[in-house]
Design a protein around this ligand. Structure first.
Ligand code: GTP
Ligand code: SPV
Ligand code: MN
Length: 617
């Protein structure tokens, strides 16, 4: 493409891309692209067709301009390293907004902003924001193209890094444009890194802006994201659309958009079970999604690692799809001994962001190997030695890779109709109080459990590491509407399920620590032992012990053969202290009170019942 001056009118610029034309259903898309181009004034417009040749050309261009470093193909074929701006390394929740018409529809857990006010701000900051750059038009589908649970959208972006990432994480291409032409509803997403270029000016390797806005318009199904090139801030199909906007669509249509992994568990008899699990960011979804059981005869197939859309079926079961097509996973802590499946998935065709570079042109991060190699280049591009006293990879460094590369991906992982769920797990990172596993007594109790998830903060978003915060359903940063209404919606979805076919609900916690600070549970592949107990509960093969907070395993029912968990640790893993749980109950009451009476009465009844049981204990 030849470069054009910033003042070139949008309509004629479009001729420089492969712009589809003719079909009447495309008029809205074309008009919108023209409107955004007129506002942002890119030099060029490029319609993405999703072809391999186009992807290769984008990657080559990014290597040439320094955005990507090509890794040594001998170790990591088709793979690249991106180093972000040091101030653009994670989602920015403080700059993330829900612009619903009514403030109460955003609720107290979201940053609300009036739509007309923020529209004005967006128009101001996006004006000329793409000058000197190419605006890419990226049509994408979440879920198999044309599937009954799938939804489509288009992202306009001036970041080629975002384009290739969307290419891995979603289904991109002309088939989606044909669906738009055919009249299928679609979501509009606009993204600019906010770094226009003067004529002749060279771009930074990772352009971004100190000022950031991630704005959602749930009433008009739009997303506007400005100033960040990072993950959930920039791949708008992911958290912005598939969770924040989709949760609103799900509220209106009777389904759920969830921050959940999705797996198929196969027991030694070959029976299959489908499990979805919601854990907050950087709390173990990718790891459980790729579980390699340490107990003989058990297998896990991966279906998804971050997002699941759940819909009640005609049969009274809850059906789930993974709307994504790839993994945007946390690198640190991913190694042979923790997640060998991920290590194998990353053999090639992977984009790494903010990991360390080895002298031989391969990558490294904390936890990939037990010993750190010498002479690395750290995530900021500085020389690094094992005694440097700082991490070589950023704690939120990530890999982006196609789901199909996972060696244990389910053959039917992208089946349009999804899979019926047998169990739902809620979890968090809790050093104290929360047992390894506890079973809810019924759906309502399960919703109560989900509404009470708290977790220690991780590096996946800006904020104080380790600080305990409420993260209901692991959706605190991702629910696009009033969280109390969302609790009610979970209860309503339960009503549509046949009581004997609804998934059973469990709470898990892999992260409980001893007084000395070490994890009490080995975790990772050994989490299969907890899954085994859950499956045996589903089958009615084992009993349980009632506790004030739910049903706990009898120790003799836990398969601990081959691991050495000291008796005292086991006791601590399952200890439920009525005193500290009274405090948890008080915190729940405080939290519920922030919703101005909107929390469903059924959950207050659960809270009262919990308090009663704690008093009896
Ligand atoms: P997002 O992609 O941010 O949503 O994160 P995630 O929920 O997929 O988390 P992930 O599986 O990437 O794990 C995050 C961190 O937790 C990694 O450093 C893991 O090594 C660590 N982790 C995962 N599972 C376990 C476990 O069972 N025990 C312990 N101790 N750590 C774990
Ligand atoms: C998370 O933070 O939950 C992620 C990474 O999965 S991001 O896509 O940046 O949201
Ligand atoms: Mn996530």
């Amino acid at each position: 493409f030849t470069s054009r001056t910033p003042s070139t009118p949008a309509r004629s610029m479009a001729a420089f891309g492969r712009r589809p034309a003719g079909e009447p259903g495309l008029q809205e898309l074309l008009a919108w692209v023209d409107e955004i181009a007129a506002l942002t004034q890119p030099d060029r417009i490029h319609w993405i067709d999703g072809s391999a040749a186009e992807n290769d050309a984008l990657l080559r261009q990014m290597v040439d301009d320094g955005t990507l470093i090509k890794l040594n193909p001998e170790w990591r074929p088709g793979s690249y390293l991106a180093r972000s701006h040091p101030g653009d390394v994670a989602r920015t929740e403080g700059r993330t907004y829900i612009a619903s018409e009514r403030e109460e529809d955003a609720g107290p857990t979201n940053n609300w902003v009036a739509p007309e006010e923020i529209r004005g701000t967006m128009t101001e900051i996006f004006a000329g924001s793409m000058r000197g750059r190419t605006m890419y038009v990226v049509p994408f589908s979440m879920g198999a193209v044309g599937g009954p649970l799938s939804h489509i959208g288009v992202q306009l972006t001036d970041s080629p890094y975002a384009v290739v990432s969307i290419g891995i994480m979603t289904r991109v291409g002309a088939e989606v444009t044909r669906q738009i032409a055919a009249g299928k509803p679609w979501v509009k997403t606009v993204h600019s890194v906010g770094a226009p270029l003067a004529p002749g000016e060279k771009s930074d390797a990772w352009p971004c802006n100190e000022e950031k806005y991630i704005v959602h318009f749930p009433d008009t199904l739009e997303v506007w994201s400005y100033g960040s090139g990072y993950g959930g801030n920039a791949i708008l199909a992911k958290k912005c659309f598939a969770l924040r906007i989709a949760s609103v669509i799900g509220r209106d249509e009777g389904w759920l958009a969830e921050h959940m992994l999705l797996i198929r568990v196969i027991d030694p008899q070959g029976r299959r079970y489908h499990v979805a699990a919601a854990f907050p960011s950087a709390c173990g979804k990718t790891n459980l999604a790729m579980l390699r059981p340490t107990i003989p005869g058990w297998r896990v197939e991966t279906l998804g690692d971050d997002i699941a859309w759940l819909r009640p079926g005609e049969d009274g079961r809850l059906w789930a799809i993974n709307p994504e097509a790839g993994f945007f996973g946390v690198a640190p802590g991913t190694g042979e001994s923790t997640n060998v499946t991920a290590v194998e998935t990353l053999w090639g065709n992977t984009i790494f962001t903010n990991v360390a570079l080895r002298p031989d042109g391969d990558v490294w991060w904390e936890g990939l190997t037990d010993e750190a190699p010498a002479n690395l280049t750290d995530w900021e591009g500085n020389p690094w030695m094992p005694d440097s006293g700082r991490p070589a990879a950023h704690p939120n460094s990530r890999f982006t890779v196609s789901a199909g590369q996972c060696p244990q991906i389910a053959e039917d992982w992208d089946a349009a109709e999804g899979v019926p769920l047998d169990a739902i797990l809620f979890g968090g990172r809790r050093a104290t109080n929360v047992p390894l596993v506890v079973e809810a007594t019924d759906w309502t109790h399960g919703v109560f459990m989900g509404s009470n998830i708290s977790s220690e903060r991780t590096a996946a978003a800006e904020g104080t590491l380790g600080e305990l915060r409420r993260d209901p359903f692991a959706m605190l940063p991702f629910c696009g509407y009033n969280m109390a209404d969302y609790f009610g919606h979970w209860l309503a979805v339960g009503q549509k399920l046949r009581f004997d076919r609804a998934p059973r609900v469990f709470q898990v916690n892999w992260f409980r620590r001893g007084d000395d600070g070490r994890f009490l549970w080995p975790g990772f592949g050994d989490n299969a032992r907890v899954i085994e107990w859950i499956v045996r509960r589903l089958n009615g093969e084992v009993g349980a012990v009632d506790s004030p907070i739910g049903r706990l395993p009898r120790t003799e029912d836990l398969n601990l053969s081959g691991i050495d968990v000291p008796e005292a640790d086991l006791e601590e893993l399952f200890s439920v202290s009525p005193q500290t749980w009274q405090i948890e109950a008080d915190l729940t009451e405080e939290f519920y009170a922030t919703f101005d009476g909107r929390v469903p009465p059924a959950l207050y009844a659960e809270l009262a019942a919990l308090r009663y049981r704690l008093k009896q204990a």
